[in-house]
Ligand binder design. Structure first.
Ligand code: IMP
Ligand code: MG
Length: 180
């Protein structure tokens, strides 16, 4: 375990198993629908590549890059840094996200993509931290990997100041790391 990690919340094996289940469920639900998986960068990269590789039917991929976080705190002010590369009108879209936290960025992404008139639009998030939800957010992801407690987590794509994304597990940072 990395010296700055207090404890592991989800092991590599737990992640693999759950992500495999989600990919199988998506493969059943989107069979013959030629979906586009839209990843919200950068935290989703590991989850994204695992889900897409587990999807057994033809599909396409695209990415959006939002920015709203500095350190541990959401600024609440979401910006699109990079939009989609293709027209999604009339297509079946699955948004893939690393974590549903305050819900601000996913709400923004959802409304933005909905305005482009897809045939359907669903959310698949690896983690859900319901205790942190902004009360104004009513959105509910259809697919959720794990519901987790209100702790700041890193690994499997999730970062603290752009570090720890490469950890193969989900871990909770030692408090001293973000107190310094
Ligand atoms: P939101 O608060 O739901 O808008 O989440 C915005 C983004 O903040 C997520 O997509 C993550 O990239 C990041 N984020 C939220 N909670 C955590 C966390 O516990 N660790 C690392 N990143 C987080
Ligand atoms: Mg993210």
């Amino acid at each position: 375990m990395h010296e700055q990690i207090d404890h592991i919340l989800l092991t590599q094996e737990q992640i693999q198993n759950r992500v495999g289940e989600l990919a199988a469920q998506l493969s059943r639900d989107y069979e013959g629908k030629n979906p586009i998986f839209v990843g919200v960068l950068k935290g989703v990269v590991m989850f994204f590549s695992d889900i897409v590789r587990g999807f057994t039917d033809p599909c396409q991929i695209d990415f959006m890059w939002l920015s709203s976080y500095a350190g541990c705190e959401s600024s609440g002010d979401v910006k699109v840094v990079q939009g989609l590369s293709q027209d999604i009108r009339g297509r079946h879209i699955v948004i893939l996200e690393d974590i549903f936290d305050t819900g601000n960025s996913l709400s923004y992404t959802y409304n933005y993509l909905q305005s482009l008139e897809p045939a359907s639009l669903e959310i698949c998030t690896f983690l859900d931290k319901p205790e942190r939800r902004n009360p104004g957010v009513t959105l509910k992801p259809k697919y959720v990997g794990y519901v987790i407690p209100n702790e700041f987590v890193v690994g499997y794509g999730l970062d603290y100041n752009e570090y720890f994304r490469n950890l193969p597990y989900i871990g909770v940072l030692k408090q001293e790391v973000y107190q310094n």
